[in-house]
Design a protein around this ligand. Structure first.
Ligand code: ZN
Length: 187
């Protein structure tokens, strides 16, 4: 299923909603604007006037009338292993090799035993072997430098990471909403 990107009227992307949720906004005529290709076409009942079947085309990106929600967009997105691995592009940040999600682990850069927290900035994707080798040490102590600096994904990036079936218009819209291209890899 293609999810629909819901924005506030100012154009800040808020969340993914199902096409069924989106079509309700069309039916209630609360759509402020829409962007992108038609993501899904819904067929309704026949109109009394001429017996024509009603059709609602739901666009890939929609904005719904109402208060501007920007302030309510969580600045720190919720953390999960799958989002963490996606942020790090399924690479182990220690050996640089690519792995399937099932073979990756959540590594605490500063170990929990030293007060390291479960935060985006203190978590790195690591393969099992590297995680075991690093054990209860910092990267410096283990002489295992990180290949990239862990960071908090921006809201637009979080929306990219949390949906694996983004269509072209949505991706370019979200990319244009990211604050700046980052060059996060440490040479
Ligand atoms: Zn590794």
């Amino acid at each position: 299923m293609t999810y629909i990107l819901r924005c506030d009227i100012a154009g800040t992307p808020l969340r993914w909603i199902s096409p069924q949720d989106a079509v309700r906004h069309y039916a209630m005529q609360t759509i402020a604007w829409e962007l992108g290709d038609v993501a899904q076409r819904f067929h309704g009942g026949r109109r009394a006037v001429d017996g024509m079947r009603t059709v609602i085309d739901v666009s890939a990106i929609i904005s719904v009338h109402g208060p501007v929600h920007s302030a309510s967009v969580r600045q720190v997105p919720p953390l999960s292993n799958s989002l963490l691995f996606a942020r790090d592009q399924f690479l182990c940040l220690y050996c640089g090799q690519s792995f399937a999600a099932g073979q990756l682990t959540r590594d605490h850069v500063v170990p929990r035993s030293r007060g390291g927290k479960d935060t985006w900035e203190n978590l790195a994707t690591a393969c099992r072997a590297c995680n075991q080798r690093k054990a209860d040490r910092t990267p410096e102590e283990a002489r295992m430098p990180l290949l990239a600096v862990p960071y908090v994904p921006q809201p637009a990036e979080y929306l990219i990471l949390s949906n694996r079936r983004i269509i072209g218009d949505q991706m370019s819209f979200l990319r244009s909403r990211m604050r700046k291209p980052k060059n996060r890899y440490v040479a």
